[in-house]
Design a protein around this ligand. Structure first.
Ligand SMILES: [Ca+2]
Length: 627
């Protein structure tokens, strides 16, 4: 089919005529690229794991097309995978390895580097109308605006997350924009993005179109309207109920837009993709990853394997389930091939055109191997095998600035062990070597990260100002959960007082911070160290650490540190004394740095490297100051 498209390739020439041609007459298919945010592999009816949230519209896309069960994204976080998606290149090729935080300096600005061309940049000269409806997360500065990156129309927001309901006012830096103008009075954002996409399709009847529809659903904050909440009266867990409502809204929105494509008679002329941008952050929003290990932020399967659906009625098989590994980078060359646009000569595309694999023209796997690099976390999948170094295992005590290497990586046979439980590195040294060599070779073409996550040089930031996209500003009183952040000045005032820190935890790994406030000079932290509950107190720089005698057994536990007014510390696990000691001194002043749950903030209180992310559930956290 490429050949027949190429006959029509000089789209400029066609566009020069004033006679309007329908997309079909031009021979160019439309492209609808739907991206869900933080939707885990275990969600959606069609994935077959979670049964409590029906998703008939997304399921219908899979039933009418091909569902890849080993569909990946090239990172465990929002911004990097979106950079890969829109360029068809591993984002480490151009330094977009991490989520952009605030600018590191006035000169170095975060955003999809201008050296890179987006899919819209490629499609626009071929006569495509291009629209972007939803989240960007590829730079807040004017030069990174979607309409500077090949898109005719934009309705959405530039940041990494957005409230769904209270849109007016508030986050002035991150308003909902129509083009570059802040919008007031919008609907629930999920509904609004679908509505805007539909309006765009209504306008573009005479030209092929590319609609990029990156919903912020089901990313936090957990917010839904009564219309959707009412569908889940039977779900008791309030968090799950809201998540269900948000996913149901997303499913409706997909149904609305796909319904419009059908209504305008373009169903057989539209290539549709549905993916998630990274795995589910299960602890914070319940978004599940089924049997996969780990979650968003990790290179375990749970962080990078996502729902992955492609649909093109009449052109690719319907109802097919395909377990060959594919990656979101493939969408770029697949779309270009469908559109009859030559792949760019001025940049190496890492993705593969999937059309011949979808139609059966080509057998075998599209990729010899797939690769990940996220600071010290690395992974490579080759056939059934995966070599991985992920948070919660060998990199646990490392910081993000540690070098990326395969040294000490685990080896898993994914086909037999999808949950990455049985590390075969010692048994299969040759396989380790083969995958490590492949990774090293791939990594040679990468560049250093242009920025580090959450770093901002030269500026003192408050805890809530620097909230990352897995964190949220919480009530000063608590109880708190993983991802919650409270300003230092708002957190319970523990200076010159005894206090009690308690939490319910279900760890997936042996190390990580449960709750912390302050830093290396002044603060406290309750954390796990090699499986043992540990309480660290820094008073005037002096560190006192009290460690439980035994490792925590598996499962869910209540853990508590009681600090008396005389500095005596007791550790309790499920109400039983698990360790005791004495702190050198009480805190003389309230720590300035914020309180963080599930990680430590900027400066580490204990003998670990911040953020020392906790892997697993942290809930019902509270700090009670003793009178
Ligand atoms: Ca995301």
């Amino acid at each position: 089919m490429n050949r027949s498209f190429r006959l029509l390739a000089p789209a400029f020439a066609l566009a020069a005529f004033t006679v309007p041609l329908s997309a079909a007459e031009k021979g160019k298919p439309n492209v609808l690229l739907i991206v869900a945010d933080d939707l885990g592999w275990g969600e959606l009816g069609i994935q077959g794991f979670s049964k409590d949230i029906p998703t008939p519209h997304i399921d219908a896309l899979a039933k009418g097309g091909v569902r890849f069960t080993s569909g990946y994204v090239s990172g465990p976080y929002c911004s990097p995978t979106r950079a890969g998606l829109l360029t068809g290149r591993y984002q480490q090729r151009f330094g977009h390895e991490f989520n952009p935080g605030p600018n590191p300096s006035p000169e170095a600005k975060f955003g999809l580097p201008l050296s890179e061309k987006t899919l819209a940049d490629r499609l626009k000269p071929a006569g495509y109308a291009t629209g972007w409806f939803g989240k960007s997360h590829l730079g807040n500065e004017p030069e990174f605006h979607p309409q500077k990156r090949g898109f005719d129309a934009f309705y959405g927001f530039l940041g990494g997350a957005h409230t769904y309901l209270a849109v007016e006012g508030g986050a002035a830096r991150n308003s909902i924009l129509r083009g570059t103008e802040p919008v007031k009075d919008i609907d629930y954002t999920t509904d609004a993005f679908a509505r805007e996409a539909v309006a765009f399709l209504d306008q573009k009847r005479s030209e092929p179109w590319f609609v990029y529809l990156p919903f912020n659903a089901v990313h936090g904050p957990l917010e839904a309207t009564e219309k959707y909440l009412a569908r889940f009266k039977d779900i008791a867990d309030p968090k799950r109920k809201k998540f269900a409502a948000m996913l149901s809204a997303l499913d409706d929105a997909v149904g609305t837009v796909v319904g419009k494509v059908r209504e305008i008679g373009q169903e057989e002329n539209t290539l549709i993709f549905f993916i998630s941008d990274n795995g589910g952050p299960t602890a914070s929003i319940t978004s599940g990853n089924g049997p996969l290990r780990g979650y968003k932020s990790q290179t375990w399967e749970g962080g990078v394997r996502v729902p992955w659906i492609v649909n093109w009625k009449g052109r690719i098989p319907a109802g097919k389930v395909d377990d060959r590994p594919v990656i979101q980078l493939d969408i770029f060359p697949t779309v270009l091939a469908a559109a009859g646009v030559e792949a760019p000569a001025d940049g190496k595309i890492d993705g593969v055109n999937l059309l011949p694999y979808l139609t059966g023209e080509k057998a075998g796997a599209p990729h010899e191997a797939l690769f990940w690099r996220f600071g010290p976390q690395i992974a490579v999948r080759k056939g059934d095998w995966k070599l991985v170094k992920a948070q919660g295992a060998r990199t646990e005590k490392d910081g993000k600035e540690e070098p990326s290497t395969t040294e000490g990586a685990h080896l898993y046979h994914l086909t037999n062990d999808i949950g990455e439980q049985n590390n075969l590195a010692d048994k299969e040294p040759e396989k380790v070597k083969e995958l490590a060599t492949a990774w090293d070779q791939w990594n040679r073409d990468n560049v250093p990260a242009r920025w580090l996550p959450g770093k901002r040089a030269g500026a003192r930031k408050s805890a809530t100002e620097s909230v990352t996209d897995t964190q949220s500003v919480a009530s000063p009183k608590g109880p708190w959960k993983s991802g919650d952040v409270v300003e230092g000045t708002d957190a319970p005032n523990v200076a010159n007082h005894g206090f009690t820190v308690s939490a319910e935890i279900e760890p997936f790994a042996a190390n990580g911070v449960i709750v912390a406030q302050g830093g290396a000079a002044n603060g406290y932290s309750l954390y796990l160290d090699e499986g043992k509950v540990t309480f660290a107190l820094r008073a005037g720089g002096t560190l006192s650490s009290i460690v439980a005698r035994e490792s925590l057994p598996e499962g869910r536990h209540k853990v508590e540190a009681q600090i008396s007014a005389d500095g005596a510390v007791k550790l309790l696990v499920d109400g039983k004394l698990a360790g005791e000691g004495k702190a050198a001194a009480l805190l003389k002043r309230q720590p300035r740095e914020g309180l963080t749950v599930g990680s430590d903030g900027k400066g580490a209180v204990g003998e670990y490297k911040a953020p020392y992310q906790f892997s697993g559930k942290v809930e019902n956290v509270s700090v009670q100051v003793l009178e």
